[in-house]
Design a protein around this ligand. Structure first.
Ligand code: ATP
Length: 269
């Protein structure tokens, strides 16, 4: 029964229902990304241009990647992920080429969402860069060229995640580039309750488990912490059942509040 406890995204496509505590973010991203992808012709008729770039700004582990994957699923768009530091970690000149092929692929698979995680790694403010950071200058320039090249077709949208919008090259924030910004804040108590709900959805829970109480005990935890907490609680339940020695696990095994308490002690947000 524990197998059902896999994180939602591990089992395939991420949906909006897999996001906890992000209803306002989802509302906004649906208007800014899903709507134009699904109704390109209506946008054209209304004479407004679809967005090319949308920034997701917030601390690590709050679900930015998850949001990008969910909006791709729900918009029936291809999802093409680029990791900022990974792109940088190429031999001379290869980073630009890698970016170009990502955009090429997106155009072929359109409608498509390109997701750039840790955008600040490839596009930091250029003014403060010393000589050895010439690489970044070239890559920012390449990214800008590729985004400008998307034109007004609206079938490719670039989503990018960053912790700090202020650390980005301001050229990226101009109209037609990353001109929309959506803040993704750490969850409040209600949000944490929802995230715990998502990550225990497929978990057999003991009758004493109170997710509301757990939400109250986890101030400062972000989604990634809460996902880890649920995983650890399930492992604590297996441990309690003597899983390592046992030939098989009782089918009725459930995760209890005490398992969560044990997991809580081990996870520092
Ligand atoms: P980073 O900036 O570190 O990449 P991120 O904001 O992109 O972080 P994700 O990678 O999306 O965060 O989140 C990590 C994991 O934490 C997710 O795969 C998911 O299991 C869980 N998670 C994070 N936020 C949420 C949320 N709001 N609802 C449900 N699960 C979440």
């Amino acid at each position: 029964a524990m197998e059902g406890a896999a994180a939602p995204e591990a089992t395939g496509a991420v949906r909006y229902e897999d996001l906890g505590g992000l209803s306002r973010v989802v509302e906004r991203i649906r208007e800014v990304v899903e709507l134009p992808l699904r109704h390109r012709d209506a946008f054209a008729r209304l004479g407004i241009s679809p967005p090319r770039g949308v920034l997701l700004v917030g601390p690590p582990g709050t679900g930015k990647t998850l949001i990008a994957r969910a909006v791709a699923t729900e918009s029936r768009a291809a999802f093409i992920a680029v990791n900022g530091p990974e792109i940088m970690d190429r031999y001379y000149g290869a980073s630009e080429g890698a970016l170009r092929s990502v955009f090429e692929r997106a155009r072929k698979e359109a409608p498509a969402i390109i997701f750039i995680d840790e955008l600040d790694a490839i596009a930091p403010r250029r003014d403060g860069l010393s000589g050895e950071k010439q690489v970044e200058k070239r890559i920012v320039a390449q990214l800008l060229t590729l985004m400008d090249g998307l034109g007004g077709r609206g079938d490719v949208v670039v989503l990018a995640a960053t912790n700090l919008a202020d650390s980005l090259d301001p050229a990226l924030r101009r109209p037609g580039r990353f001109d929309r910004e959506i803040r993704v804040d750490p969850p409040d108590e209600q949000g944490r309750r929802e995230i715990l709900g998502v990550h225990t959805r497929a978990m057999p829970l003991g009758g004493d488990v109170d997710l509301g109480v757990l939400a109250g005990l986890t101030a400062g935890y972000v989604g990634a912490d809460l996902a880890a907490l649920c995983r650890e609680a399930a492992i604590a339940a297996l441990r309690r059942a003597g899983a390592l020695e046992a030939a098989e696990i009782a089918p009725g095994l459930a995760v209890t509040q005490a398992d969560f308490a044990e997991a809580l002690a081990g996870i520092v947000p």
